[in-house]
Design a protein around this ligand. Structure first.
Ligand code: UDP
Ligand code: MN
Length: 272
């Protein structure tokens, strides 16, 4: 039974990130989540991609920050550079849910992670590049109009020190590093390849417990091509952005579950 006031939430502003969202959603379903699945999409996501997202997600909501209320509109006018960031902050406006877990479209679960809903806002795992900051690819939050408006105003006044949502969120939830250790998610809930290659022995020791893989960085899984007959990624895998076995797992879900749905919507275009 889906617990209807709790949801996993992701975001895709274009068809490429939508592929990531499709794999993420399938991975959550494969591991039998009991929570709702919500995809926030930008107005540029095309109709066939929306149709596939609708098959996987309980709710697909188009968010255009420009039309979404006064504060957002004004703030957006002042800081057009933070467009995608504002779209992500929009998850706080999902007030029909009491608690949510946001997951980047470039993440994938490799086991059930419903226990994340036992945590409070704002829970997140350390960023591998600067561990006193949390990584905003996976976080637990409570939707609230009040928090949403505060975040937007904060954004307009202070901007983002990294140009994205992670900078804003770390400045806003600035006591994350010190206030409450229960808000520090274990690293296995947001495991990125950067960490695998900077501390390989730790990955060998603990990597088997990974629950969420995050393909952070420039090259995303959908940026590679896959040979379905040999079940191999074509060409060189840039190891800094993707561990080969996790990348293969992403492509296995994509080629076996997502591609057939895409082909149904788009006609038989090649997607591999
Ligand atoms: N995103 C998006 N469209 C974009 C860029 C980002 O929808 O053009 C969303 C998507 O959910 C993505 C998240 O914002 O996973 C954060 O961006 P990204 O994962 O590329 O950043 P990284 O994790 O590599 O720092
Ligand atoms: Mn990411």
């Amino acid at each position: 039974m889906a617990q209807s006031d709790q949801a996993f939430v992701t975001l895709a502003t274009n068809d490429s990130y939508a592929k990531g969202a499709m794999v993420l959603g399938e991975s959550l379903r494969n591991h039998k989540t009991t929570k709702k699945l919500v995809a926030l999409i930008g107005p540029h996501v095309t109709e066939p991609s929306r149709a596939v997202l609708n098959k996987i997600y309980d709710e697909v909501r188009v968010v255009d920050v420009l039309d979404s209320g006064d504060t957002a509109h004004l703030v957006m006018m002042k800081r057009p550079d933070l467009g995608v960031t504002f779209t992500k902050l929009h998850c706080w406006a999902l007030t029909q849910y009491s608690k949510c877990v946001f997951m980047d479209a470039d993440t994938m679960v490799v086991s059930n992670v419903d226990e994340l809903f036992d945590r409070e806002e704002l829970s997140a795992a350390p960023d591998p590049g600067w561990p006193d900051c949390f990584n905003s690819g996976v976080f637990v939050f409570r939707p609230s109009d009040e928090t949403y408006n505060k975040l937007l105003r904060f954004c307009a006044e202070h901007g983002s020190f990294d140009g994205g949502d992670q900078g804003v969120l770390n400045s806003f939830f600035s006591d994350w590093a010190t206030a409450d250790i229960t808000k520090h998610l274990p690293f296995i809930y947001n495991l990125s390849s950067v960490a695998i290659y900077t501390y390989t022995p730790a990955f060998k020791q603990y990597g088997g417990n990974a629950k969420v893989v995050h393909f952070l960085g420039k090259t995303k899984p959908w940026g590679y091509t896959f040979d379905p007959k040999q079940r191999r990624i074509r060409g060189d895998v840039q190891e800094a952005s993707a561990h080969p076995s996790f990348l293969l797992e992403w492509w296995t879900i994509y080629s076996s579950l997502v591609v057939p749905m895409l082909q149904q919507e788009y006609g038989d275009q090649p997607f591999l």
